[in-house]
Design a protein around this ligand. Structure first.
Ligand SMILES: Cc1cc2nc3c(=O)[nH]c(=O)nc-3n(C[C@H](O)[C@H](O)[C@H](O)COP(=O)(O)OP(=O)(O)OC[C@H]3O[C@@H](n4cnc5c(N)ncnc54)[C@H](O)[C@@H]3O)c2cc1C
Length: 403
């Protein structure tokens, strides 16, 4: 079986590698410097490598759809550890949503500065009583003149402290049924009615926040996809959020695990020579290969226009991606022994997700717990795969029991 992308694409890969070597200055300072990062992104857009599906008038490079080229670009940028993702929530979720269901003025106003990292967004969905069952959300917005007045409480809001804007779901139609009464609103974070409070995580970092709204305000036309249409809009949005993780990040972590198995000792010998450890590593290698070949199969199907519903494979990729990452981190944790008691250094979510940078196994071990929850928990993925993919009977809902 030939798993290469073919001569034309491998030539393209060489081109991308050359571009990265010329456009990305190496060194830790470059990684931290926002201006250097932005200069790289702008150069990559000009070369047609980034924001390929986004029209030029909004700041994209407007290229013909080619899933193999896109995959090569991401692989090579990540391989060189270029921090090219400027704002995960805005670029990854809001922009595709605006392109699909936003008003023209919203696209013109928000997309370009978001792509350039000038507008940083956070996602205001989850609430203390609404996570997996998102439609149970209670934060509300009422229209007063030409403004929405917002009250309520969001939780687990990633990066809210750094964000200038939030896209969020709010109940706007009092009389409507659970799913029908929600609108998808945009709002400014820096205003008197918005109070952001950090939540300390298990690793000591504070990437999560609670956000309290007390008569916060946003203009009446900052609603995306129409009033009361929030549920439909959020489904567009979550489709992009589920596109988390990749076989490549997993492969990088697995190789780091192999390095660890060679340096760690069991009975005075490298752990990689221990028969039980070898069996566990071999099992993991099989799982990693399964994830890689599955993603290659999906990529090939998309490239040939054969994949009718990409949603289902993405659910499977998210579920298995996070489960296998969990097993890799678990095995590493066994290998580091007493070092597992050391306090983790905060590696940052971007590196933990992409597999870039130096590895702190304690931090990785704690982070994989989150991967099984963020963007829809593993149990919810299983339900969706069972119901949509396998045609199994619908899961029992709390409302069914109450009846
Ligand atoms: C790293 C990370 C980043 C996040 N960032 C954001 C963000 O920026 N903005 C935001 O709005 N939210 C964010 N979240 C929140 C995330 O979306 C929710 O945590 C998630 O949807 C689960 O909701 P919950 O925490 O309320 O758990 P619950 O929904 O209460 O679930 C608790 C447990 O019950 C299980 N469960 C629930 N319902 C079912 C069912 N029907 N069948 C079987 N099992 C079920 C779940 O699988 C889970 O194990 C983030 C979470 C993480 C971990």
């Amino acid at each position: 079986m030939d798993l290469s992308f073919g001569a034309e694409y491998e030539a393209f890969r060489d081109e991308v590698k050359l571009f990265v070597s010329e456009a990305w200055p190496r060194g830790a300072d470059a990684v931290c410097d926002r201006a250097v990062q932005l200069a790289f992104v702008v150069a990559a857009v000009e070369r047609g490598y980034l924001y390929r599906s986004i029209p030029k008038k909004y700041g994209g490079s407007e290229q013909e759809f080619d899933s193999l080229r896109e995959s090569i670009i991401v692989e090579e940028f990540d391989r060189a550890a270029v921090p090219w993702r400027l704002g995960n929530q805005g670029v990854g979720q809001l922009v595709p949503t605006l392109l699909e269901v936003g008003d023209e003025w919203q696209r013109e106003r928000f997309i370009r500065p978001t792509l350039r990292g000038e507008y940083v967004w956070c996602q205001g969905y989850s609430e203390p009583g609404a996570g997996s069952d998102l439609a149970a959300l209670r934060s509300s917005a009422r229209l007063e003149g030409d403004e929405w007045v917002i009250n309520g409480h969001k939780i687990w809001t990633s990066d809210a402290e750094d964000a200038n804007f939030m896209f969020g779901m709010f109940r706007t139609e009092r009389e409507a049924s659970k799913h029908a009464g929600i609108s998808y609103l945009l709002l400014e974070m820096d205003q008197p009615g918005v109070d952001v409070r950090p939540l300390r995580q298990i690793n000591g970092a504070t990437h999560f926040h609670e956000v309290f709204f007390d008569d916060a305000r946003t203009p009446a036309d900052w609603v995306v996809g129409g009033r009361g249409q929030g549920w439909r809009v959020a489904r567009v949005n979550l489709k992009h959020e589920r596109n988390l993780g990749s076989g490549q990040a997993m492969r990088r972590r697995f190789h780091q695990l192999l390095d660890l198995a060679q340096s760690a000792r069991i009975d005075g010998r490298p752990a990689s020579r221990d028969p039980v450890m070898r069996e566990r590593l071999a099992e993991l290698e099989c799982l990693v290969r399964c994830v890689e070949t599955t993603s290659l199969r999906q990529l090939s199907a998309v490239a040939h226009g054969e994949e009718a519903d990409i949603g289902l494979p993405l659910l499977v990729a998210k579920l298995y991606g996070s489960e296998v990452m969990d097993r890799i981190a678990g095995l590493a944790y066994d290998l580091i022994g007493a070092d597992g008691l050391l306090a983790p250094t905060d590696s940052g979510w971007a590196d933990l997700q992409s597999g870039a940078g130096e590895i702190d196994w304690v931090d990785q071990y704690l982070f994989v717990l989150a991967m099984r929850i963020a963007g829809g928990s593993s149990n919810i993925q299983r339900n969706l795969i069972g119901e949509r993919g396998l045609g199994l009977p619908r899961d029992l809902r709390a409302t069914d029991v109450a009846r």
